[in-house]
Design a protein around this ligand. Structure first.
Ligand SMILES: C[S@@+](CC[C@H](N)C(=O)[O-])C[C@H]1O[C@@H](n2cnc3c(N)ncnc32)[C@H](O)[C@@H]1O
Length: 250
């Protein structure tokens, strides 16, 4: 299965509708960074990219390195691993263009090539849901984390506004065709994280206007759904956030 996962991400990591620029160019990275942090406005509010200066930080499934560049700019000593050679080659270009240093290794997050307790922080955003065995990946993340270290993850919430809407409107979500894509309820994610001494789950990622969907569905989403949903008190709708962020202690 991991071979299929690797094959998929090698072909699809840069197969992105949100940029017209060639993969690896400065414009490509700028478009992706801009798109990501527009859609994921919550991310810099809940993840302190500047808060780990001098600490050893590992990103599992780092993709093209967008978040890793932010951690490196904040002074963390960063390492990124990914199954995909294509992703790592782009992450290297991203780091070089950003003028930051990062250690990048082709590795399986379910079998990390690092000693126990090597890292102060382990980060995996949008990765556990795409790997063959999420429990194996979590156990490895915990193993390489120092005692008292912090782990941060994000998986998709099955019981969320976006999953419900995509089913109702018959609109496929990004990477829904990946060989593995698991969505979790809050309770299921809590059970997976029970290997950590502490785990706090915060649902995030509420509707923002889509640049990629047109036609009637896109119009209705952008002009009716987004505004209406966002008038609802956040405390009521928080459990329906699309991204389940988890903040854990070893
Ligand atoms: C949706 S992308 C997320 C990339 C990045 N974390 C981000 O937020 O932009 C999923 C990434 O996880 C990687 N991945 C999936 N399973 C993996 C595994 N077992 N070990 C390492 N990387 C894995 C894929 O190759 C891909 O780069």
């Amino acid at each position: 299965m991991l071979e299929r996962v690797k094959h998929y991400w090698n072909a699809r990591i840069h197969d992105l509708e949100m940029t017209e620029h060639d993969p690896g160019t400065p414009e490509f990275f700028a478009d992706l960074e801009e798109y990501r942090f527009d859609k994921l406005r919550y991310l810099p509010e809940v993840v302190d990219f500047n808060g780990y200066a001098g600490r050893e930080l590992l990103e599992v499934g780092c993709g093209i390195g967008t978040d890793l560049v932010r951690f490196a700019r904040g002074g963390a000593k960063v390492t990124g691993v990914d199954l995909s050679e294509t992703a790592l080659a782009l992450a290297k270009q991203n780091a070089d263009q950003a003028g930051v240093t990062m250690r990048l290794e082709l590795a399986n997050g379910e079998d990390l090539p690092f000693d126990d307790t090597t890292f102060d922080v382990v980060y995996g955003h949008g990765v556990l849901q795409y790997t063959a065995n999420a429990s194996h990946m979590l156990a490895e993340c915990r193993r390489v984390l120092s005692p008292g270290g912090t782990a941060i993850f994000m998986v998709y919430n099955r019981i969320s506004w976006l999953n419900g809407l995509s089913k109702l409107m018959h609109v496929e979500l990004e990477h829904e065709d990946a060989p593995v894509l698991n969505k979790y309820s809050i309770a299921e994610f809590e059970r997976l994280l029970s290997i950590f001494s502490e785990a706090r789950i915060v649902p995030e990622r509420f509707p923002v206007k889509s640049r990629l969907h047109g036609g009637f569905k896109g119009f209705a989403f952008n002009n009716v759904f987004v505004g209406t949903f966002n008038t609802l008190p956040r405390a009521w709708v928080r459990p329906l956030g699309w991204h389940l962020m988890a903040f854990c202690k070893r």
